[in-house]
Design a protein around this ligand. Structure first.
Ligand code: 13P
Length: 255
């Protein structure tokens, strides 16, 4: 069974003080992790403090990026080994903002995926699909290449520990989410690709998220889609009240 995964990605927002206040204010209102797994992706500057602060809560912690080497002369980089040491659960790899602003290629992303797995954390691999491509070819298929490339050399056993996120850059930060159908199509295509690489059984176990202007109002209909197992929310994860409504979407459904 794929447990829903609802995560916030703060990106380069919030001060340390705001971040700790946020964690304090959501701790007691999180759903049971057997029902919905919840997580926050934060700057490496905050991770240790957040991990200390969230003690005893079921909140999982995500790093927004890491390097592909564990240690060495790589000035300014974030070591996956140290992320693991401090208790980080997940690492986002290949976010479209990293691909766009930091020239991350599929090859680099593949190396990072291996680094995260090697250090006993779980990668959340992001796949993008540009609107230009979608409009010109009238179908979503770029994600197939990205999934194939990012999982090169990853064993079936390790693949069970990954999460994949379908995050079309044309929906990120715009306030307008992909339609339920487009989001489902992207996630479906990713699951088919996983089945081709591994097997139907493994593809069935891997959680696939949608990201791009998700909020507490549209999360329920997105989560109703067959291949969407969770969401990665940017802007709507910055306010703790919005985040609490987002992660408790199941409760709100019954009201
Ligand atoms: P927005 O929710 O602000 O569109 O950001 C989505 C995102 O990039 C999550 O990783």
């Amino acid at each position: 069974m794929r447990i829903p995964f609802i995560a916030g990605n703060w990106k380069m927002n919030l001060s340390l003080e705001d971040a700790l206040d946020f964690i304090d204010s959501i701790k007691k209102d999180l759903p049971d992790s057997n029902v919905t797994e919840t997580a926050i992706a934060a700057s490496p500057l905050f991770l240790q403090s957040i991990i200390d602060h969230k003690k005893d809560s079921q909140l999982k912690i995500i790093a927004e990026n890491c390097f592909y080497k564990d240690d060495g002369a790589y000035t300014g980089e974030v070591s996956p080994k140290v992320l693991s040491e401090i208790g980080t659960d997940y690492v986002i790899i290949g976010h479209s903002e990293r691909r766009k602003y930091f020239n991350e290629t599929n090859d680099i992303i593949n190396k990072k995926v291996h680094a995260v797995l090697r250090n006993n954390m779980n990668p959340i691999i992001c796949c993008d699909e540009t609107m230009g491509r979608l409009q010109s070819e009238n179908k979503i298929h770029w994600v197939v290449n990205q999934v194939n490339a990012s999982l090169k050399g990853v064993s079936a056993e390790d693949a069970k520990n990954i999460i994949i996120a379908y995050e079309p850059s044309w929906a990120i930060g715009t306030g307008t989410s992909a339609s339920n159908d487009d989001a489902q199509e992207g996630c479906y295509l990713i699951r088919q690709t996983l089945a081709d690489i591994y097997s139907d059984e493994i593809a069935d176990e891997i959680r696939i998220l949608y990201g791009g202007s998700v909020n507490y109002k549209n999360v329920t209909s997105l989560m109703e889609q067959r291949d969407i197992d969770g969401v990665l929310a940017g802007k709507s994860s910055i306010d703790s009240n919005d985040f609490i409504k987002l992660v408790n979407y199941k409760k709100n459904q019954n009201k």
